[in-house]
Design a protein around this ligand. Structure first.
Ligand code: ZN
Length: 95
């Protein structure tokens, strides 16, 4: 479903088509389960969008000098890594 969030960085509204259901959003809204559990099918980047409204472009803007980028063997390209996880596919370990 299409999710709209206002980015606290750029103050602009961004929309993302995410593979989630109304039921997942309700569970998330209840706040009883961690976001990683409710949206376990999403990538870290997609969860970050739901949680904060921050999109990839904002990270690039904020942390352009600190962002960890490395080759992902799953995506077969250089991607941004969050907590030792590829932000694009949600897999992989930092070597
Ligand atoms: Zn990847």
């Amino acid at each position: 479903m299409l999710i709209a969030r206002t980015s606290p960085i750029s103050n602009s509204v961004n929309e993302r088509e995410l593979p989630i259901t109304e039921e997942q959003l309700l569970r998330y809204g209840e706040g009883k389960e961690p976001i990683q559990v409710v949206f376990k099918n999403l990538t870290p980047e997609q969860r970050e969008f739901i949680l904060t409204g921050i999109v990839e472009e904002d990270w690039d803007y904020m942390f352009s000098d600190k962002t960890i980028r490395q080759y992902c063997h799953v995506c077969k390209e250089i991607t941004r890594w969050i907590n030792n996880t590829c932000g694009k596919c949600g897999r992989g370990e930092m070597k």
